[in-house]
Ligand binder design. Sequence first.
Ligand code: ADP
Ligand code: MG
Length: 694
Amino acid sequence: MEKVYEFFGTNVFNDSVMKERLPADTYEILKSSIKEGKGLDSGIADTVASAMKDWAIEKGATHFTHWFQPLTGITAEKHDGFISPTEDGHIIMEFSGKELIKGEPDASSFPSGGLRATFEARGYTAWDPSSYAFIKDETLCIPTAFCSYSGEALDQKTPLLRSMEAVNKQALRIVKALGFDDVKRTTTTVGPEQEYFLVDKTLYDKRPDLIYCGRTLIGSMPPKGQEMDDHYFGVLKPRVAAFMRELDKELWRLGVLAKTEHNEAAPSQHELAPIFTTTNIAADHNQLTMEFMKKTALRHGLVCLLHEKPYDRVNGSGKHNNWSISTDTGVNFLKAGKNPADNKLFILTMAAVIEAVDKHQDLLRIAVATAGNDHRLGGHEAPPAIISIFLGEELTDLLNSVANGNHHDNAKRVKMKIAAEIIPEFKKDNADRNRTSPFAFTGNKFEFRMLGSASSISDTNVMINTMVADVFQHYADRLEKAEDISAEINLIVKEVMENHKRIIFNGDGYSAEWEAEAEKRGLLNLRSTVDALPLLKTEENIALFERHGVLNRAEINSRVDIILENYTKVIHIEALTLLDMINRGVIPAITRYSNILCETINNKNSIRVDSSVESELLSRLTAANKELFSLSSALKMAVASSEREKDILKKATEYHDTILKLMADIRKYSDSAESVVPESDWPYPSYGDLLFKI
Ligand code: ADP
Ligand code: MG
């Protein structure tokens, strides 16, 4: 049997391959530009390209592609063969430095929110040397950023890289002010935990809603859901276990550090968690993980559902973004250490995150705003749409005592020492409450839990990096001027604990009381994408992103349009799918069964047997069918009217206020009919089948 350490990363042009295959000087130049995040010397591109090509061809690759992440939310690739004709009618395999560094896909069909129209029609892909090239499907994939001719970001990666730079710049000032003289670079790290559902492929194929929308639009609940909690961490079914083993192996070959696989709360729901890595690599790896989940599932007769809410009334799927920042000398800013009260970097970073999250609640909510995720946030399974931070009692105490200036108090010190020892434990102690917090301190990192399972993690990390960079900038300005650094830090913590304490909430984030309490505290509660997105365009936010060189005004405006447009398209497809299922599946099924009931009633009446049950059923089904018929006409008209709306925000609002509501009404009647029509007469596999027959 193949040993994991033998095949791990075999499809990656990683550091050891570079070292082995590149001339020493080229290797050194490439390595230092990766390490320091500097632009690459184009003089070495030909050498690198040629080594990459030889390596890829040895591994069976015939094509190469610039692999990028346009604003559609998924990855894009256009494959080019390595072949190049020779004069004598043969071919040679070629790949130049120019082809490595820059690509020019025909990008006119990718969403640009008007950016390309304003600036230049073409889009370019540019090599990101900090994320290793890899081979999949016999193709050498080169991770790239995608931008317009004049450099406007048309993708998810460009702003992510810029935001990592922004936070690095300010974080370096902080560590310098605190006396870490040997630090040259800081990097944000992320470990994204990924939830998903599996469903049997033959059942999936009978559900147009799953095929077109990735989620069920109708379906009545089976007698059993997730109430027994018997699935969470349960024993894996053999077919699922086989899928997971193969998925791990696929990912390991690509150097993805897939680590933990387990069952989740809902039936047929699972999770994969990788070991954390540098943020842009984590983002690339998460995209690959989602892609390979889908591909691998098919080989096991399964379909992987990445939608945030494939089923009503059981938990949806999210992604947990574990975030931290470390120096190149190995210091994690968020690691408390043995004596957190004396750990200035830790305390200051804690304060910065608290301030950043409170000031920029809107940005975190915006980062996770999609049509799919809206179904999940605020349900009783996922954090509400309200942002708050969980610190735990010990840490809250610690920061309060720093703020109150009694951290030298002996009694307190003892307590803080205890607190320090407790910190690694406290996650366990408070696990119940902690799980309900959208932004929780979980040891040596913050875990943001509102991300949707289908989205890229890029947007979220763009936001976190930029807002932390901004707060760090203010702190650095102060520390660089301060005469007494310790006193200044204490003052900062004091101000943060006074001015931003409303964002700290250690209680149950799912409770109704919290929603009321949060409102009293003045926290934002942006329930839907339509509520959240316009806030990205406020002058304050534009200034923030421009100040740190992460996004400019035009890029922000285009992003808002693209996200809203995507929102309306998703719901548009859902509405059409639902209409199709109701008109060609559900209404005819109810009619057929009604007909059987009519015959039974007639037969029974002719021999004078009581037919009151059948009559009652018949009248209920007739009423349901009538509602379904008139509601679907109303839905059809509402969709047509929304499609005529030119203003994108108004259009999205109509989809949210009118279309989604009509769809929910239709579902209610369809589901109640499904619960009385015999299974053999219902046109679609039931929830029971989808959730339990794996
Ligand atoms: P959980 O109980 O949430 O599963 P884990 O300890 O397993 O907690 O960690 C969850 C994720 O957090 C993993 O992907 C892990 O690699 C990641 N993680 C741990 N430390 C860091 C860090 N310093 N920066 C970013 N992510 C981290
Ligand atoms: Mg977690």
